[in-house]
Design a protein around this ligand. Sequence first.
Ligand code: NAP
Ligand code: F7E
Length: 367
Amino acid sequence: MKRALITGITGQDGSYLTEILLDKGYEVHGVIRRSSSFNTKRIDHLYNQEELLDHRFFLHYGDLVDTSNLNRLLEKIEPDEIYNLAAQSHVKVSFEIPDYTAQVDALGTLRFLDAIRETGLKSTKFYQASTSELYGKVQEVPQTEKTPFYPRSPYAVAKLYGYWIIVNYREAYNIYASNGILFNHESPRRGETFVTRKITRAASRILIGTQDKLVLGNLSAKRDWGYAPEYCEGMWQILQHDKADDFVLATGETHTVREFVQHTFSKLGVELEWKGEGAKETGIVKSIDLERNKKVFAKKDLVNGITVGDTVVEVSPNYYRPTEVELLIGDSSKAEKELGWKAKTKFEDLVGIMADADFDLVARKGY
Ligand code: NAP
Ligand code: F7E
């Protein structure tokens, strides 16, 4: 039985990857941080399954800033595969805590690689969660494995170190270490402060009447958004390749934040019109299809939070970033050719999955 060690197991990707690896018959070990409140809600459902009783799913306390802890974990578990997903992953927050972001996202990767080297676990394969944020102020459209990097945030600069230390340890010490350069991937498990989830959650709450407005930053930023479970399967495929290498995973389509908002409301039966520009831009309710909501949700009376003419979207410069990444669109032909990986879920379907899940959650629980 193969043994995998996942850092960041309590995050969006960690939870999907755990399901995928348990399904494939792996023994899965996850690193969790000590927290003053529960931080395992994305993996709690796995506790009730046979895997735990089967002794195939284990959690260990740890932190990427604690070198001796990482060494101990490696010695104890001797994993065949390591997926390093742990990170301070919020780009805007990285401007507030740049030192901590570098400690975790850059040096955390180094600590792990060094632990592999020191424990002599040379056959262990290592996956590094690299990111399309490396391209930042893009030097080429679309972005491939060969596009030069130009990071635009402390997060991206820290991840740039992570990327290159992987390449260096691969070349210097012959460690099997690969970078997955993943473009944005989303799901109903996405953290609530990332823009997609913020939008689908807010739109649901606005319809039901528990929130007045959705306040966002740069509506014109463009992202290549895919569906997270497919990208987590891609992580596994990257480590099954005969040699360690770096791969872009992306959909090849790009959309603005504004389009994400428009499609979310539309999916929930509300058409918006946009007025003004920049920080004065607003999204106003043009029409509400109550019949459609009645059919889809069978909960017509729930959708009573808005009327035609209401301003439901506003812009606040508080959400602008000191340096922004304006456009991302990836080309994952290499992954398709060498791994057989291709994104399947289209933008509108992704919006639909997330909007439905959040509407359902808000309707049932009110948040
Ligand atoms: P996420 O939901 O923010 O999860 C981050 C995980 O890292 C959480 O489990 C978190 O633990 C853990 N963590 C944070 N700091 C840690 C530390 N010091 N020591 C140990 N664990 C720590 O992120 P995600 O969306 O799943 O992304 C997974 C990885 O892929 C991240 O490295 C991210 O930077 C990268 N990435 C993400 C995307 C994307 O679009 N999602 C794209 C490219 C790359 P808590 O639960 O305790 O906070
Ligand atoms: O922002 C704009 C914002 O925070 C997307 C992380 O997983 O993907 C993620 O990073 C865009 C940006 O994701 C708001 O300015 C507008 O242009 O959802 P986000 P991100 O910065 O792309 C990459 C690949 C990672 O690696 C990261 O770990 O949306 N935007 N208004 C906003 N963004 C947020 N968060 N909140 C707003 O109100």
